[in-house]
Design a binder for this molecule. Structure first.
Ligand code: UDP
Ligand code: UDP
Length: 475
């Protein structure tokens, strides 16, 4: 007797970087738990080793998933006007999407929905007529960032210039209807304000308008964390005609991500070291998966950690792309500073299992660049955060987290690349985070709210079950 096919078939199309891949795979895992059939389309080659390891981990954990490699057409880097390798990869993927048509038409069962990365809105809509199914995006940042992106086309349209440039239509601050807290110019992602034209600006402007053509937006956030922004988006206060924004967060880490499961180095000695530390006594420091700590900053970072008075677990990247890491930490810090660092804490260069670290009782605070996935993971574990935005959306996410009360933001430090922050200042802010009882209480409350949101009968389940029913009805 043949087994009937699941009634709902979803395809996921991924862009670049762990901050994009992680939430997509976690969302796919949610749908798999509800019995949906999943086809996963991943660009090939991936830029980082961390991405290819994670894809392998996912596919071995879920052998029922159909995995399709999507071969990219290389792009001339001069067309992108950026020296960021991830940005080049975003653009390469965008320009290869049209090659997907034959792949999609050869799928064995028709799609109930296509769920694509936020950076692929316009390219996917350009082949949408061949898909015959609703199209959703998964948004990889905060609701506050989504309403910024949704609103920039309104701002551009209200500019009298025939070809308005973001550096002129973004005034001193962006005041968005339905929201009490404006976004100051200094928080706008820097590439967006650069003079001339770059592909990041073109992408945001093009995609901002096209948001209206989507069937929905999944976002890794939830009511208690970003209620005002989610409400404003869904009540049509930001832009009329926006599709539903589904706050399905917090998207939780799954077994397939476990670093020990793959070949991503060993976490065991780090966890053993954490086991020896007192509860809530360790500061965890990481600027995410694709931000290198500048050579000029690294010594003061070390001095700040030594001075702060807490033990620490410091994850350092010396290159944006992990495959390019060559230098040893001792070469950069010097042997004297390195041995002082090791007296007080632990410093590593490898990719770590962040969820296991954040979930360890010894960890009492996180110094983060403000990547949205890191923030949500920290909220899930009830750990207070100090953000140090380095680029992109990270000031906007930092503000979202400050507003929620679970984190503080060292806004006097500016963007990570603006200046060298002195060790003393770093130590002062870390002490502030670690000793702030209000933050700790709020973080614990938010953890409870997070567990509720993705527990039985919580907001995530209600949304997912509702959509599955809708797709079945429309089949
Ligand atoms: N991450 C990790 N180990 C590392 C560095 C990063 O597990 O050593 C994960 C982290 O848990 C998060 C993602 O990679 O899920 C990074 O996404 P985020 O949005 O925080 O920042 P990005 O790296 O995209 O700047
Ligand atoms: N970027 C860049 N130069 C450009 C355009 C973009 O370096 O001309 C990078 C920048 O590092 C930024 C990223 O592209 O972080 C995209 O912004 P965002 O942080 O909003 O997206 P993410 O990739 O972190 O999800």
């Amino acid at each position: 007797m043949s087994v009937p096919e699941p009634a709902v078939h979803l395809a996921f199309l991924i862009s670049a970087g762990m901050g994009h891949l992680n939430p997509a795979l976690r969302l796919a895992a949610v749908f798999l738990r509800y019995g949906c059939k999943v086809t996963l389309i991943t660009p090939k080659p991936t830029l980082s080793l961390a991405e290819s390891n994670l894809i392998s981990g996912f596919c071995s954990s879920f052998p029922q998933v159909t995995h399709i490699d999507f071969n990219l057409t290389p792009l001339d880097p001069t067309e992108v006007n950026s020296d960021d390798p991830f940005f080049l990869q975003y653009e390469t993927i965008r320009r290869s999407v049209h090659l997907l048509s034959p792949i999609l038409s050869s799928l064995s069962t028709s799609l109930s929905a296509f769920i694509v990365d936020v950076f692929l809105i316009s390219p996917i809509l350009s082949i949408a007529e061949k898909l015959f199914c609703p199209i959703y995006i998964y948004f990889t940042s905060s609701a506050r960032m989504l309403y910024f992106i949704a609103y920039v086309s309104v701002l551009a349209d209200s500019d009298s210039d025939a070809q308005p440039h973001p550096s002129t239509f973004i005034g001193d601050a962006v005041q968005i209807p339905g929201f009490t807290s404006p976004i100051p110019r200094s928080s706008v992602p820097p590439p967006f304000l650069l003079q001339g034209s770059n592909s990041f600006q073109r992408m945001i402007m093009e995609d901002s308008r096209k948001l209206l053509k989507l069937d929905g937006v999944f976002i890794n956030s939830f009511e208690e964390l970003e209620g005002e922004a989610l409400g404003a988006l869904n009540e049509g206060k930001v832009v009329r005609g926006l599709p539903p924004v589904y706050g399905i967060g917090p998207l939780m880490a799954c077994e397939f991500e476990s670093v020990d499961q793959g070949q991503r180095g060993s976490m065991s000695w780090i966890l053993e070291w954490l086991d020896e530390q007192a509860e809530g006594s360790v500061v965890y420091v990481s600027l995410g998966s694709r931000t290198e700590t500048r050579k000029e900053q690294i010594k003061d970072m070390a001095l700040g950690l030594i001075e702060c008075g807490y033990s620490f677990l410091w994850v350092v990247k010396l290159k944006k792309v992990d495959r390019e890491e060559e230098e040893g930490l001792e070469d950069v810090l010097g042997s004297e500073l390195m041995s002082k660092v090791r007296e007080k804490g632990v410093v590593v260069k490898e990719f770590v299992d962040q969820m296991k670290i954040l979930g360890h009782p010894a960890v009492g605070g996180f110094v983060s660049h403000g990547g949205w996935n890191s923030i949500i993971e920290t909220v899930w574990e009830g750990v207070p955060i100090l953000t140090w935005p380095q680029n992109g959306d990270q000031k906007i996410t930092s503000e979202a987290i400050r507003m929620s009360g679970v984190g503080i933001w060292a806004d006097e430090w500016g963007w990570g690349t603006e200046k060298v922050v002195k060790g003393k200042e770093i130590a002062k802010r870390i002490k502030e985070m670690m000793s702030n009882e209000c933050l700790r209480v709020k973080a614990r409350e938010m953890k409870e709210a997070a567990k509720k949101a993705c527990g039985v009968g919580g907001s995530c389940e209600v949304i997912i079950k509702g959509l599955i029913e809708e797709w079945k009805r429309n089949a």
